[in-house]
Design a protein around this ligand. Structure first.
Ligand code: FAD
Ligand code: DLZ
Ligand code: SF4
Length: 508
């Protein structure tokens, strides 16, 4: 009797564990575009288009390799509307009683597959470099789960940038070389772009018709939609952007959406690129003298360090993680996150490019939209929901730890040792946004003061009990305490007036 082999929209890898466990001659692959996955958050239309187009092309590839693929398009009249529903429909159709799956990247779907009236084996997702067991072994008995130590273990295990037992260049981490401010000229024209072919065009039309009124532009659509294209995009990044990636990793430039970033998280998370092949390509560039060590180490740390660590934390912490609210923040997400007018140049630019491309790079996510939400005390569940909706690479296993943990400190410090908050001066140092902003970044209070300057101290003051004893924050509390009492009162009163205006929906 045949078995069903489930391939989800972010499992488009030829070496997927479910495919490896199946028998091409008797088993049936099930792939389905379903309303439940498209609707559980209102994803950016570009993200839905990317997933559906890549799914359709992957199904064609599997068929050409001899698999029997039962593929449901979203508009098929007998589409059951959910992944379990589609599996049950195909079980009835084929007589199968068993499902072979690769563990999904979200508790919600893991539980849905476990609750089905069909036997379902969920194989480990070994596209990730660290298994759950390995992460648990590493985490066991540690007081704090800091990424840096996990990363060193991964370096030793994989052998990336190792010279014997020692890290290449004598250091594990070259981050201090990677904080150069915004450059004057960018010598990278952005990620490789692909003109939609007929298959992609059909998907774009479907997405425009069904999801065109959700936040985000469907067109122009340029993402890679199969493995060959994604590999070309990777080669393009390694050749043209990687050499400067490290230096300008944290920089932000007003009219540059991509700087020297690869924009390949979308492809890795979907399965079009394997994290090992990405790291191999990057390490080879260094060994051949085509990219410097600070860039290559910085990049490999993101992939075998941060990416794997974030997934480890998501599964280690359990299904309640995305709803944690350690700082008890309750304010609603302001309309400016959905494109409502704002006079803050940094926010308006990051939200605008997010709407256009479903993309913003790490520091834009962390130190502009994330920083502002944390300073304002926005409910982290609403913040997480926003990041899940708007970014092309968003899946709960990676979005939740980045948002709830790293960005909003809502997990009580599992990921970050201190909250990522800053006044306007950090944004000014790392970007050229402030030069064309309505507000003045150097003005601390009064007319035209940069809101980040007010909100920063408001945050520090209202969370004093929580952070005052944190040695990494002591200096900031000392600075605050040295200010004259009437100045402190002015800062707090102006921050509160700003937050009031924000809550009333006024343009800020
Ligand atoms: P590059 O800057 O070129 O980095 C290289 C690669 O490293 C990325 O492709 C990605 O695979 C990996 N990487 C780097 N940092 C991280 C990280 N913190 N976590 C996981 N992988 C990382 N990344 C996602 O993939 N999906 C998300 O939903 C997501 N949400 C985020 C939300 C917030 C609030 C923050 C602060 C970060 C988030 N990140 C997320 C991490 C990071 O911002 C993106 O991986 C990165 O911007 C993707 O762009 P890129 O491919 O150009 O990355
Ligand atoms: C994100 C997404 C979307 C929008 N649509 C589908 C779909 O129609 N079919 C499918 O198999 N997967 C889709 N996905 C990806 C899943 O939501 C993803 O597999 C889970 O969130 C686990 O990461
Ligand atoms: Fe953003 Fe403040 Fe700079 Fe304006 S002045 S761009 S609000 S940091």
């Amino acid at each position: 009797m045949s078995r069903l082999v489930l391939v989800l929209g972010d499992q488009l890898s030829p070496e997927l564990s479910a495919l490896r466990a199946a028998d091409k001659d008797r088993d049936v692959v099930v792939m389905a575009e379903v309303a439940e996955e498209a609707n559980y958050v209102q994803h950016h239309p570009k993200k839905i288009a990317l997933i559906f187009a890549a799914m359709r092309k992957f199904a064609v590839r599997l068929r050409s390799e001899g698999w029997d693929v039962r593929y449901a398009e979203l508009d098929d009249t007998d589409n059951a509307g959910s992944i379990p529903g589609e599996l049950l429909r195909r079980a009835e159709e084929t007589g199968a009683r068993e499902v072979i799956a690769t563990e999904p990247g979200e508790w919600r779907l893991i539980e849905a597959l476990s609750d089905m009236p069909l036997r379902c084996t969920q194989h480990a997702d070994d596209r990730f470099i660290a298994s759950h067991e390995e992460f648990e072994r590493w985490a066991k008995g540690r007081k704090t789960l800091r990424m840096e130590y996990f990363y060193r273990e991964q370096r030793k295990k994989t052998g990336y940038l190792m010279e014997g037992d020692a890290p290449a260049g004598g250091q594990w981490n070259f981050d201090h070389d990677n904080r150069k401010p915004a450059p004057d000229d960018i010598a990278f024209g952005g990620p490789m772009q692909f003109t939609p072919d007929a298959e992609v065009e059909a998907v774009l039309e479907l997405v425009e018709a069904r999801f065109g009124n959700w936040f985000g532009d469907v067109r122009p659509f340029w993402y890679a939609t199969d493995q060959a294209q994604a590999r070309r995009a990777l080669t393009h990044f390694v050749k043209h952007a990687l050499p400067s990636f490290g230096d300008y990793q944290d920089a932000m430039v007003d009219d540059e959406k991509f700087l020297y970033h690869g924009v390949i998280s979308a492809y890795i998370n979907l399965g079009l690129l394997d994290p090992r092949e990405v790291c191999d390509a990057v390490e080879t560039a260094w060994r051949e003298g085509a990219a410097p060590l600070n860039a290559v180490e910085g990049f490999i740390r993101q992939v075998i360090g941060w990416r794997e660590y974030m997934r480890g934390i998501y599964f280690h912490e359990g299904p309640d993680y995305p709803r944690r609210n350690g700082l008890n923040h309750q304010r609603g997400l302001p309309p400016l996150y959905w494109g409502a007018e704002t006079k803050m140049r940094c926010l308006s630019k990051v939200v605008a490019q997010t709407r256009e491309e479903a993309y913003a790079h790490h520091i834009q996510r962390l130190m502009v939209t994330g920083n502002f939400a944390l300073l304002c005390g926005i409910d982290p569940a609403e913040v997480e929901d926003w990041y899940m909706r708007v970014y092309v690479d968003a899946y709960e296993w990676v979005t939740a730890p980045n948002t709830i943990g790293m960005s909003q400190f809502a997990d009580g410090g599992v990921i970050a040792s201190k909250p990522y908050v800053s006044s306007g001066s950090y944004i000014d140092r790392m970007s050229d946004y402030c030069g064309s902003c309505h507000y003045a970044v150097k003005t601390k209070t009064g007319e035209g003061a940069c809101p980040f300057n007010l909100l920063y101290w408001h945050f520090m003051d209202r969370h004093r009990d929580r952070f005052e004893k944190n040695p990494r924050m002591a200096q900031m509390y000392a600075t605050w305490d040295r200010m004259k009492p009437d100045r402190r009162e002015t800062v707090i009163a102006e921050a509160e007036a700003f937050l009031d205006r924000l809550s009333k929906g006024e343009t800020v």
